[in-house]
Design a protein around this ligand. Structure first.
Ligand code: 5GP
Ligand code: 5GP
Ligand code: 5GP
Length: 209
């Protein structure tokens, strides 16, 4: 086969704020490698279609193989920590992301090393926390205008993010995940062709971690 047909239109690059994963009713567990930095972490790099649908679990013959990314593991632990319970090293999370999403874009990145490296490089390129702090939006438990958050990211990187909220134990709407979009070749940020569903308040909490 020369080129497997791409059956998707673009990628979501999704980062999560650990404080907002952990202060929920469901709570969280730190990785076995210790409490992650107070920084956004990668959730995933997800192939998606312009109509909002997305492919998943595309290649059962390409299981996650950590030996292919051994040179990336310390960057993964730093930038892609797992917060689900029970505590784990991260390999369950990374394996889930590769098998559910990565296998649908295998041809773009050649292999899983290319996929994980791309996500790490995007994280390195887009320092969300620095961008927000530069706009005086701090993870201090305070409330911030959703528009200020969006505009801060838009001014810093040129593209409008999608902010996804969840609720803390008291029911307050808070900044949970930030979606940005990458073209189907996996090379460049683009404006998102479609946004996921979900609502935030016009003012949302940015919890500490
Ligand atoms: P949740 O229901 O927590 O928002 O999402 C659960 C999982 O479904 C996510 O971890 C992700 O794997 C997948 N997912 C949810 N929304 C989208 C989407 O808009 N695009 C893609 N590609 N995956 C999604
Ligand atoms: P998705 O299917 O939405 O891409 O990924 C969510 C899956 O990864 C869930 O099964 C969830 O339990 C697992 N997971 C492990 N660690 C994390 C984490 O730190 N954040 C999120 N959102 N999901 C995690
Ligand atoms: P999954 O099926 O993917 O395990 O998880 C389903 C949903 O629950 C996802 O939206 C994921 O983000 C969330 N989730 C899974 N495990 C945990 C956890 O340990 N703590 C929290 N706060 N959310 C979790």
């Amino acid at each position: 086969v020369l080129n497997a047909a791409k059956d998707f239109d673009f990628f979501y690059f999704v980062q999560q704020w650990p404080g907002s994963y952990c202060d929920t009713k469901q709570s969280c567990c730190y990785p076995t490698t210790g409490k992650p930095a107070a920084d956004f972490g990668i959730h995933g790099l997800w192939p998606n279609n312009n109509d909002g649908t997305y492919p998943s679990n595309c290649d059962p013959n390409s299981p996650y193989d950590q030996s292919q990314i051994s040179d990336l593991i310390s960057r993964m632990q730093q930038n892609w920590p797992t917060l689900a319970c029970p505590s784990g090293s991260g390999s369950t999370f990374w394996s889930h992301e590769w098998e559910k999403h990565g296998t649908c874009a295998e041809s773009v990145f050649t292999n899983q090393h290319g996929y994980f490296k791309k996500a790490l490089d995007l994280k390195n390129q887009i320092d969300l926390l620095a961008i927000l702090e530069g706009a005086e939006v701090h993870p201090d438990g305070g409330s911030y205008d959703l528009d200020n958050i969006r505009n801060a990211v838009k001014s810093a990187i040129g593209y409008t993010p999608w902010i996804q909220c969840n609720v803390d134990e008291s029911g307050n709407s808070q900044l949970y995940q930030v979606y940005l979009c990458v073209d189907a070749s996996g090379s460049n940020l683009i404006e998102c062709p479609v946004f996921p569903r979900g609502k935030c308040g016009s003012s949302i909490e940015f919890p500490t971690f």
